[in-house]
Design a protein around this ligand. Structure first.
Ligand SMILES: Nc1ncnc2c1ncn2[C@@H]1O[C@H](COP(=O)(O)OP(=O)(O)OP(=O)(O)O)[C@@H](O)[C@H]1O
Ligand SMILES: [Mg+2]
Length: 577
C-alpha cells in the first residue's frame, strides 16, 4: 500500500483515529488524576579522608582512597542500620525496607560526592528524611572506618547541600502522560483505521463502482435525512438531491446520444437501496425537462410507487397483463401530459412469469411507442429474478447501489445477474453518498456547482415549444410549502432571469391550476408538488412529438447540466487520481 493510499484511508476513517486518540488522551488524563503526588528532596555529601595530612602525595593517596570507598558508601546509605537510625530520629512508622526503597543514592563519576534523594507524599517530610539521612550516615561511616584502638575516623563526611522542601511534585507528570496518551492513541487509531478500512467490504465511493462496472456512476445521489418525509426532489428543487437527479438525467442523455435508452429498469442488488425513490425522482426530473415519461411500478412483490407519489392506485400493470383492464384505464396521468404512472395493481402469485411474458414485452413496446421514456421500478436482483427478466425486455438497467450498505461482492453478483440474461447495464447510481464538502463551490462528488439552494444557471430550451407556459413563469421564484403542505403563491422575482426547463415546469402558478390535485396524496404528493390536475383514469393523450421527432435525450438540451456533468467527471477522476 502506498503512502497516498494510507492517507486516503485516514481521510475516510478520520473519526476512528480521532476517537481512539481522544480516548487514549482522556485515559492518560484520568490515570494522572488518580495518581497521588510524589515530592522529592535532595541533599549532597562530600567524603574526604586524611583530614590532618598536609603533604600533597598523602592528600592524593587519600583522595584515591575515598573515591574507591565512596562507591561502597552509596550502598551503605540505604542500609537498614542507617534507615533505622533515621526512623528513630524522626519517629516514622515505615519499616527500614520501605524507607530505603524511597531513598536514591548516586555517586557522580570520578567524584567523592554522594547525591541522596528522598521521595515522599509530603514535601516537608521528604526534606526532613533527606536531612536526617545526611545526619545519620556520617555517624555510621565513622563507626565503620574508625580503626581499632583509635577514637577518630580518618574518613570525614560533610554536607555540601541541605535538603529543601520541594515546591512541586515530581510525579505524576501531566504533560508527559498526556503526550504519551496522545501518541499511543494516534498509533492505535491509525492501526484501527487501516484494519477497519480493509475489513469494510461495502461500496465506499464512485471509484469502487467504476472498478466494478467499468464506468463512473451516472449519478451520485447524496444522503438526505429528509428523504423519508420528502422523497421527491420537487420538495427542494434546488437542493443537492435535485441537482444529482438533473446530473443523472444529463448523463443518461449523453450515455448514448444517438440511441438513448427509452425503456429503463431501475434495480439494485438488495432491498432498500433506494430503487423506488430513484425511479420516481428520475421520472419526475425527466418529465420536468419536457420528455413524456411513464413510470411503471414493476415491483409486483413490494409495490411502492403509488404510495411514494401519493396516488390512489387500485388497478394497474397486473390487471392489464391479466387482460382485465385496458392500459388506458389504469394509467394515471400527472404533470399535464409529460408524466404518467402505471401502478403495479394487485399482487400476483407468479410475478416473474408475468413480467417475463409476451404480454409484458408487447406492453413495454406499446409504452415505448407512446412515451419518450419508460422508467420501470423493479425488485432487487439477488433475491428474485424479476428485475433480470424485466431488464432483458428493456433497453437496459440502472443499478442503484447504496453507499456504505451494499457490499462489493453483492454489487458484482447483481452485475453478473444482468449479464447472465444479456441485459444491458445502462449505468450505476450511487445512492446515499456522503455529502461532499464544498470546495471552491463544487462538491467532492461533483453534484453540481453553485451554492445549493441557489438557482442553477440553466438555459431555456430552444427546442421545446412551450412559449405560453415559459413566458408566464419566467422569473418565478421557487414556491414555498406552507406547514400544511399547501403551496404558497410564488413571489415575483425583481427581474426576469433565463429559466431552466425544470424551473419553468416546477414553478406552476397556483391560481391557474389547483394545487391539491391528488386525492389521498401524501404530504409529498407529486401532483401537489407539480400543481397538476387530478390524475385521470384515462391514458393521457401524448402530446405531439417535437416537430423534428428528436429522441428524448435531445428534447431539452441542458448546457448547465452538461457543464456540471463535465465538472463532475473531472472532480471524480481527480479524486481517484
Ligand atoms: N438519498 C437518500 N438519502 C436518504 N435516504 C434515502 C435516500 N434514498 C432512499 N432513501 C431511503 O431509503 C429507504 C428505501 O428507499 P426505497 O423504498 O426507494 O428503496 P427500494 O430499493 O425501492 O426498497 P425495496 O427493495 O423495498 O423496494 C427509504 O426509507 C428512503 O427514504
Ligand atoms: Mg422499492
Amino acid at each position: 500500500m502506498t503512502f497516498v493510499q494510507y492517507l486516503r484511508i485516514l481521510r475516510r476513517q478520520w473519526f476512528v483515529v480521532l476517537l481512539l486518540t481522544l480516548l487514549a488522551t482522556c485515559g492518560a488524563a484520568a490515570y494522572t488524576r488518580r495518581q497521588a503526588p510524589v515530592f522529592e528532596s535532595s541533599t549532597q555529601l562530600f567524603v574526604s579522608a586524611g583530614g590532618t595530612q598536609t603533604d600533597i602525595s598523602e592528600l592524593q593517596t587519600g583522595s584515591t582512597f575515598t573515591q574507591q570507598r565512596v562507591k561502597s558508601y552509596a550502598d551503605v546509605v540505604t542500609s537498614p542500620s542507617v534507615a533505622e537510625a533515621v526512623i528513630t530520629s524522626l519517629g516514622l512508622t515505615d519499616t527500614p525496607q520501605e524507607l530505603a526503597s524511597r531513598i536514591t543514592v548516586t555517586n557522580p563519576l570520578d567524584t567523592v560526592l554522594l547525591d541522596i534523594s528522598v521521595r515522599d507524599g509530603d514535601p516537608a517530610r521528604a526534606a526532613a528524611i533527606a536531612n536526617a539521612v545526611a545526619r545519620e550516615f556520617p555517624k555510621f561511616v565513622a563507626l565503620l572506618e574508625t580503626p581499632a584502638g583509635r577514637v577518630a575516623s580518618p574518613v570525614k563526611v560533610s554536607v555540601t547541600q541541605e535538603a529543601a522542601v520541594p515546591a512541586a511534585p515530581v510525579s505524576p507528570r501531566l504533560p508527559l502522560n498526556l503526550a504519551l496518551g496522545l501518541l499511543v492513541g494516534l498509533g492505535l487509531g491509525v492501526g484501527a483505521a487501516v484494519l477497519r478500512d480493509q475489513l469494510n467490504t461495502t461500496v465506499g465511493g464512485a471509484g469502487d463502482l467504476e472498478a466494478m462496472s467499468g464506468a463512473v456512476p451516472l449519478g451520485v445521489v447524496p444522503f438526505d435525512s429528509d428523504t423519508r418525509t420528502s422523497p421527491l426532489v420537487t420538495a427542494d428543487h434546488f437542493g443537492p438531491r435535485a441537482e444529482a437527479f438533473r446530473t443523472l438525467r444529463t448523463n443518461l442523455q449523453f450515455a448514448d446520444v444517438d440511441n438513448p435508452p427509452r425503456l429503463i429498469v431501475m434495480t439494485s442488488a438488495l432491498p432498500s437501496e433506494g430503487k423506488t425513490t430513484t425511479a420516481c425522482n428520475l421520472a419526475l426530473t425527466l418529465a420536468l425537462s419536457g420528455a413524456r415519461v411513464v413510470l411503471v411500478d414493476g415491483d409486483l412483490r413490494k409495490p411502492a410507487v403509488g404510495t411514494l407519489l401519493g396516488l390512489d392506485s387500485g388497478a394497474g400493470l397486473t390487471n392489464v397483463l391479466a387482460g382485465q383492464h385496458a392500459l388506458e384505464d389504469v394509467v394515471l396521468g400527472v404533470q399535464r401530459d409529460t408524466l404518467a404512472v402505471l401502478p403495479s395493481g394487485p399482487t400476483p402469485p407468479n410475478p416473474s412469469e408475468l413480467l417475463g411474458s409476451q404480454h409484458m414485452a408487447s406492453l413495454l413496446r406499446t409504452l415505448a411507442e407512446r412515451y419518450d421514456v419508460v422508467v420501470i421500478d423493479a425488485p432487487p436482483l439477488l433475491p428474485v429474478t424479476d428485475a433480470a427478466v424485466l431488464s432483458a425486455l428493456a433497453d437496459g438497467a440502472l443499478l442503484v447501489v447504496r453507499h456504505g450498505k451494499t457490499r462489493r461482492d453483492e454489487a458484482e453478483r447483481a452485475l453478473k445477474a444482468l449479464a447472465a440474461v444479456n441485459a444491458k447495464l445502462l449505468g450505476t447510481v450511487l445512492n446515499c453518498a456522503p455529502k461532499a464538502r464544498r470546495r471552491n463551490g463544487s462538491g467532492g462528488y461533483g453534484y453540481g456547482y453553485g451554492g445549493y439552494g441557489e438557482r442553477p444557471a440553466e438555459t431555456t430550451s430552444p427546442v421545446v415549444p412551450e412559449p405560453a407556459v415559459r413566458t408566464a413563469r419566467a422569473g418565478v421564484r421557487p414556491r414555498a410549502v406552507a406547514p400544511g403542505g399547501e403551496l404558497t403563491p410564488p413571489a415575483p422575482a425583481p427581474a426576469p432571469a433565463p429559466e431552466s426547463a425544470d424551473s419553468a415546469d416546477d414553478a406552476a402558478a397556483p391560481a391557474a391550476r389547483p394545487a391539491t390535485a391528488v386525492a389521498g396524496a401524501a404530504d409529498g404528493s407529486l401532483a401537489r408538488m407539480l400543481g397538476s390536475p387530478p390524475p385521470s383514469s384515462v391514458l393521457p393523450a401524448p402530446s405531439p412529438a417535437p416537430a423534428d421527432d428528436l429522441p428524448w435525450s435531445q428534447v431539452v438540451p441542458d448546457p448547465g447540466a452538461q457543464a456540471r456533468s463535465g465538472l463532475r467527471r473531472r472532480v471524480i477522476s481527480r479524486a481517484r487520481g
